[in-house]
Design a binder for this molecule. Structure first.
Ligand code: KIV
Ligand code: ZN
Length: 506
């Protein structure tokens, strides 16, 4: 196999639809910039009709991307296509991605549509989209459970109406590599007009076969693969971009020279950014980007790797950006060393943000002997969350807590907002709970604590505690992150980020 494989990333649409992965506009733009740096050819930025938030995010991403194609999803309906066209209008390379289900099951029970009516809708939707955007992709939802002969007619209709990409989703993760490979080959060989279009695959992971099915589809002739970072997506997720790409790179002997535009050294950074933004940890055993993916514990393996890495490593950690030299900074490190390390870690901070991060670093250096890259990332990320809201936000002034094993905990918290300083106190079953209740009283807005997690950023006793808080009210769910060597302070900072986001929505 030779040629070019188009990588279509749908982390910001299919991925973001998965529970726990919702991102706000700033977070989506940050993620999109990193996806472009990674080298994805196409990014699906959202589903414009779904909500004003989705539409705004697609618009912002469309304006921010210079190289990647930006696309919005749309059902095969005029109003969806209009919303998608409007959202991607400012993109350098825009694409509309329209879809309709084609399996008997979906046609009969979900859409209540005959096959002929379905074909008519495809014809109309694709040509309607083509009148609004030069590049149109058509997807046959539930394609892997669609009668293959009908699927051929569907693809022919979409191409004849002007689609330049025909996508074949295994929507419910039902197919197998052999079966899916045969289906793609059949479409590739038999569909009239296929030489004018790109055949694409989009596989879900319900049976753990998404990447295997995607690779089988590519071997059979697909030249676009739809995927997400770390395989996030509806239910069990989508095919993981990093696994597809490294599969092709590592097994060139098997797959041939199929080129992608992906800069593999950016893979780890991209997966880490997604985890940092969403607060969802990468499983240690996750292929390519998990903490254990290149760790060798057993003596036999360690001996082998030390003698010759290839004995137990089929790719190098450096090739996917997993191993960077951990430079340790301390309280004697100057601003120059600090700034150059922050830049090496991939952050492009304004002078003001850099100054704030340096001040936070100095405070930490007084409490903690050695500051590692992971500490620096935590400082910058917590700062980003803290600063990303409007200027009219609550900030921590001071707190006092009192707790013990034979008493209720009490917390007295003082917050400032502009020139206002407000203090309140509350009881709780523990000092963090008491602090949260005091904050709830000060901001006068009730919320539910959905999730609270605390992690040590590094292994040592003086480690920074990184706190992730998720709260909700009637209008939505809001996340916050805080870091401190004091877990109560870190918790209050994390809660305030979430509270400020909640009040901004209000
Ligand atoms: O899984 C699926 O079928 C989809 C389509 C909308 C492409 O995500
Ligand atoms: Zn999907």
């Amino acid at each position: 196999m030779n040629g070019k494989l188009i990588l279509f990333d749908t982390t910001l649409r299919d991925g973001e639809q998965a529970p726990g992965y919702a991102m706000n506009l700033d977070e989506k733009v940050r993620m999109a910039l990193q996806l472009e740096a990674l080298g994805v050819d196409v990014m699906e930025a959202g589903f414009a009709i779904a909500s004003p938030g989705d539409s705004d995010a697609v618009k912002a991403i469309a304006r921010a991307m210079k190289r990647s194609t930006v696309c919005s999803l749309a059902r095969a309906l005029e109003k969806d296509i209009d919303a998608a066209a409007l959202a991607i209008r400012d993109a350098v390379h825009p694409r509309i991605h329209t879809f309709i289900a084609t399996s008997e099951l979906h046609l009969k029970y979900k859409l209540k549509l005959s096959r002929e009516a379905c074909l008519r809708q495809i014809r109309h939707a694709v040509s309607y989209a083509r009148n609004r955007c030069a590049e149109v992709e058509f997807s046959a939802e539930d394609a892997s459970r669609t009668d293959p002969d009908f699927l051929c007619r569907v693809a022919e209709t979409a191409i004849a109406a002007g689609a330049s990409v025909v996508n074949i989703p295994d929507t419910v993760g039902y197919t197998t590599p052999q079966e899916f490979g045969s289906l793609i080959k059949r479409l590739h060989d038999r569909v009239k007009g296929m030489d004018r279009a790109i055949l694409s695959v989009h596989c879900h992971d319900d049976l753990g076969l998404a990447v295997a099915n995607t690779l089988a589809g590519i071997r059979a002739g697909a030249r676009q693969a739809e995927c997400t970072i770390s395989g996030i997506g509806e239910r069990a997720g989508n095919a993981a971009l990093e696994e597809i790409v490294m599969g092709l790179v590592t097994r060139r002997d098997f797959y041939g020279r199929l080129e992608t535009g992906i800069k593999t050294e950016e893979i780890a950074r991209t997966a880490k950014l997604l985890s940092t933004i969403t607060g969802v940890k990468i499983a240690p055993n996750k292929a390519i980007v998990g903490a254990n993916a290149f760790a060798h514990e057993s003596g036999i393996h360690q001996h082998g790797v030390l003698s010759k890495a290839e004995t137990y490593e089929i790719m190098t950690p450096e090739s996917v950006g997993m191993k960077q030299t951990e430079l340790v900074l301390g309280k004697h490190s100057g601003q120059h060393a600090f700034e150059s390390r922050i830049r090496d870690l991939g952050y492009d901070l304004t002078p003001e943000r850099m100054g704030e991060a340096f001040a936070a670093f100095k405070v930490l250096a007084d409490r903690k002997k050695q500051i590692t890259d992971r500490d620096l990332v935590a400082i910058v990320e917590a700062g980003a969350a803290w600063k990303s809201g409007s200027s009219d936000e609550w900030k921590l002034d001071s707190f006092v807590v009192n707790s013990g094993n034979h008493m209720s905990a009490t917390a007295q918290v003082t917050l400032v907002k502009g020139k206002r300083k407000v203090q309140d106190a509350a009881l709780g079953t523990g000092p963090i709970y008491a602090s949260f209740r005091a904050i709830e009283k000060i901001v006068k807005h009730k919320f539910v604590l959905e999730d609270y997690r605390i992690d040590a950023v590094t292994e040592h006793r003086d480690a920074l505690g990184e706190v992730l808080v998720k709260i909700s009210d009637a209008k939505g769910v809001y996340r916050g992150r805080g870091v401190s060597t004091d877990v109560i302070e870190g918790s209050i900072m994390a809660l305030l980020v979430a509270v400020n986001r909640m009040l901004e929505v209000k």
